[in-house]
Every structure is written in C-alpha cells, then in structure tokens.
Design a protein. Structure first.
Length: 380
C-alpha cells in the first residue's frame, strides 16, 4: 500500500466553503481525512503554495478536445486524447459526447466508451448521446437527416454501455413517454434538448422521467408570456437540473442570472459543449463533411450558426464569477458537485470529503490550473 499523500498550505473547498489551515489526506485513490488544524500523518507532502484545492471538474458535454472530435474518432484512443486535453483545465471526469450520427458510429462510440472504462482511461465516466431523437426545428449544428423516433432496438442500443453513466439528450415532443420511461428503467439519465416542445410537452417529458435540460436556452423553445416553452418548464420545475454554457456568447449573462434565481441552489451546473480546438492547436475541424471554425473563441459552421464552443471548464468557472457574480466556491460546485449529483454520482464524486474519490484540481492565481489528480494519481 502506498503511503498517504497530504495536501497542505492551501485553501480547501469543503461543504463550508474555502477553509484555511486544512489538510487533505489521500490513500488508495480516495480522500480518507480532511484535517482542520490537526497534525497530518506521515506521507508525501504536496504544498499547494497558498492556492485553492477543489474537487476536480465534471463536464457532461464534451464533444471533443485536443484536436479530436468524438464523432470522427469514436475509439478508446480518441476518448483518451479528449480527456488529456480537458484535464489541463481541471476536468477530471467527463462524458464523451456523440452528436447525432448513424447507427454504425453510435455502436462504435458505445463500444469505445465501454473499452475506455474497462481499460482505465483517466476521467471517463460514461457517454452522452446527444441525439439522434431531436427536433428538426431546433437542430443547431446536428444533421437533421440523422433524426428519428426511437424503436425498442434503439433504446436497447442506447443503454448498452454496461458500466458508467449513459446520458441521453432527446426532444420530449418527438419521443413517446413510454420510450422515455424505458430509457430511465434501463438506467439512462435523460435530458431534454434540441427541442421544440411546448411547456405542456416538456412537462409530460419530466413526468415520464426526464431530469435535466441540455445547454439551457440554446436550441429550445423560449420562455414567453403566454407560451412558457421548454425554458419555462425548466425554470418552473423544482427537481430537474439545467446545464449552462457560460462563455458570454451562447447565452446572455442576464438570462443565466435569471435561471440561477429561478432554480434551487445546486440545480444549475456548468458544461462546456467543447469542440476539438479546446487543448488543440487547430482552429477548425470537420463535422458531417463541413468545416467548423473558431474565430476569436467563437465556434461556428459555414452558415454562421453556433457549433459547440471553444470553452474549457476553468474558463467557465472564471466566467461564472466574472459574468454572473457568484463567489468562486459556488462556481466550483457548479463545475463539480452539482454535475456529479445530476449524473447520480453525488455520493462518490464532486466533493472533498472522507470516502470520496480523490479527483482533485489545484488552482492558482486567476483560477489557472496548476495540477490535477484522478483517483489520487497526478497528471505530471
């Protein structure tokens, strides 16, 4: 058994906020003690240099990174490359996200994720299937030619991962309630997105088992006075979670502050919707044979529509403080604890507490990432 690792000389994010004079003891991939003013055990010392130690970030919507798009490289190596790219920005847990595609690509993506989990690829928590059960009216950068209604065989395939988390984004007005219930019964987390649903249709989806909304406000019916739409259903519902992209482009900060005011604390979390340029060295990539380009950090297709983002999770945390006015501790919870709870992992991931996985991020000045640990293993 390896000797303990003791993190010290920093501010540690606990349930009470950032705490000084606190040591975190890690053994066998888990936090075994959080000590306040007590003498730590013997072991390897990790000096945080006065920085912040926070739970590693969890991103449930990662289309790509490090020059790799999951749709184009649905392989364990592709998943590993995406994970390495995002780990530089504090992400220690992620769902590689498949944009609507054909059955062959879907099968390869699920098989690759299964193999990546079995092979211990750092950080991979499962898979996010963003489609193909979406609305043509709100397709965004998805290829609407791939959209369809799910059959029983589709549901069996979508839930065939076998380990880890499966998140399915669908349009509730396009998918029968019985199919949503079947996905949930087979273990999937189901989220509404790319949807043209009325308020009533979104409510019916929630009653069938939907528990989240994918990139709130984007690619969904807006909130209006006499037509609350999917956004109104999301903000009105007390139990569901909402993922938000805080890049100053996808959604106006005022709209995001409205969502934070409407939803209970813990029900709004950060996502990146990241594309291959995050952690990569090229500003463009190909999707469905079309060139997608990032200009000044904004990712668009040839028609000028937003096509994912060039956002990393550390930047999302910084933007949450700067644009939304939240304190750093809450921004970090929105990047770690709350997405873990959404995925059903709130008892093992997303907090620095005894018994939790030692997935950690060390933040320095200006919320730059100085180091990460996944199950206690450093990225150095």
């Amino acid at each position: 058994m390896a000797s303990p690792r003791v993190f010290h000389n920093g501010l540690v994010l606990t349930d009470r906020g950032f705490e000084p004079d606190t040591c975190v003891v890690v053994e066998d991939g888990h936090v075994v003690a959080v000590l306040h003013g007590e003498a730590p055990p013997a072991g390897e010392r990790i000096d945080l240099g006065g920085g912040w130690l926070v739970p590693g970030f969890i991103d449930v919507q990662v289309n790509g990174g490090g020059g790799v798009l999951f749709n184009n490289d649905p392989s364990p190596a592709g998943i590993a490359a995406i994970g390495r790219a995002h780990r530089r920005f504090g992400t220690t847990g992620f769902l590689p996200t498949l944009i609507s595609d054909d059955d062959a690509t879907l099968r390869r993506a699920i098989a690759a994720t299964r193999e990546a989990i079995a092979g211990g690829v750092p950080g991979v928590l499962g898979i996010h299937l963003e489609g193909p059960y979406l609305s043509p009216a709100r397709h965004g950068t998805h290829d609407a030619r791939q959209f369809r209604m799910p059959t029983d065989d589709d549901i069996a395939l979508a839930t065939a991962l076998g380990s880890g988390v499966t998140l399915v984004t669908l349009a509730p007005e396009r998918v029968p309630a019985a199919a949503i219930r079947s996905l949930v019964a087979r273990g999937a987390v189901v989220s509404a997105g790319h949807t043209d649903a009325t308020y009533e249709e979104a409510r019916a989806g929630l009653e069938a088992g939907i528990t989240g909304f994918t990139h709130l406000y984007n690619a969904m019916t807006p909130l209006q006075g006499r037509a609350p739409g999917a956004v109104g259903a999301a903000l009105d519902d007390a139990t569901s979670w909402c993922g938000i992209i805080v890049d100053g482009v996808h959604v106006h900060p005022a709209s995001l502050r409205v969502a934070l005011a409407a939803k209970a604390r813990g029900k709004v979390f950060l996502v990146t919707d990241a594309m291959p340029m995050v952690g990569g060295d090229r500003p463009e990539f190909s999707l469905y044979g079309e060139t997608i380009t990032a200009v000044d950090g904004v990712v668009r297709n040839a028609a000028g529509a937003l096509a994912g983002s060039a956002l990393d999770m550390a930047s999302a945390v910084r933007n949450t403080v700067r644009l939304l006015g939240l304190p750093l501790d809450e921004a970090c919870r929105m990047a770690a604890q709350y997405p873990a709870e959404f995925l059903g992992l709130g008892g093992t991931h997303g907090r620095i507490a005894p018994g939790y996985r030692a997935d950690l991020a060390w933040l320095g000045a200006d919320v730059t990432v100085r180091g990460t640990w996944i199950a206690g293993h450093t990225d150095a």
